[in-house]
Design a protein around this ligand. Sequence first.
Ligand code: MRU
Length: 353
Amino acid sequence: MPFAGLPATLAWLGDDDGVLRLLDQTRLPLETVYCDCATVEDVWEAIRTLRVRGAPAIGVAAAYGLCLGLRPHRTAPPDVFHARLVEVGRYLCECRPTAVNLAWAVRRATEAARAAGPDPPAAWRALLETAHALARADAAACHRIGLHGAALVPEGGGVLTHCNAGALATVAWGTALAPLYVAHAAGRRFRVYADETRPLLQGARLTAYELHAAGLDVTVLCDGAAAGLLRRGAVQLVLVGADRIAANGDTANKVGTYSVALAARAHGVPLYVAAPTSTFDLSLPDGHDIPIEERPDDEIRRGLGREVVPPGVPCWNPAFDVTPADLITGLITERGIIRPVTADTVRAGVTET
Ligand code: MRU
């Protein structure tokens, strides 16, 4: 599903014997290169190395990964197929631990396969249909997030974002960037400030790429410049995505989001988190137990294409941090805006119809 003239983040090509085609985000912005995944191991590697990344996108990719992992077992006895279903699901869930969308999508697809009955061909077909349905649902949810959040975008003002929670992180529209796309399409004028997002530069490489390609006004700044920008009064809204939101609204997102939230609070600028309800984990009362992925120290040590840390000096490389709910003005979901953010409003906003 291409969005705003951008190359599609992911797409299933072909029918039952198809492949999962991913836009290789490690090569952006300089090269538009795709990688075709024909096995679950290919998908695992693509998620692990961030060829596909962003919580909703890795959830949908994992659902297709489950299809690929079970495809060789379509003619196996039912007990072998269903045992393998559990193993492949577990394997995928271990790939990146923080974004709950991954485990959520694997669970949804596994439940659909079981509901289709013990017969492996029917169960496998349910896996593929569920993956397609999750992809369509993600694009629809993100569009709804955009519609709910667009009114927050300050006319003639500035919006700060961190990492990439855009179309590239989802099937289409994005989460934090969806309100910006909707406001832009409605003719509103504003400037987006994109934190570069060390160490892997998702803000500079991906957010700037997609907003610029779609014709939005975007400026990249070093992460350390964000507090000064807020102090200058250039920003009236901070919009970020999420990888997992606990029952009280504590939110895990790309490392550095917490610093942005502290600076936004210090300068009286509202911070909204945009995420589909699949990013909420109501089994966790607060953010303390959200697992935080730690990535290889080489991403810092050699992050700029050469050695930048003296040999022998260790690096600490958490991929995410947790922003406490009291620093978050509101949570924008496909159902509406949860504001203020408390355990009661989160439960009502996520579970009640
Ligand atoms: O490590 P990444 O690039 O997968 O981290 C992505 C983020 O932190 C995003 O802000 C989050 O997943 C929301 S994407 C809509």
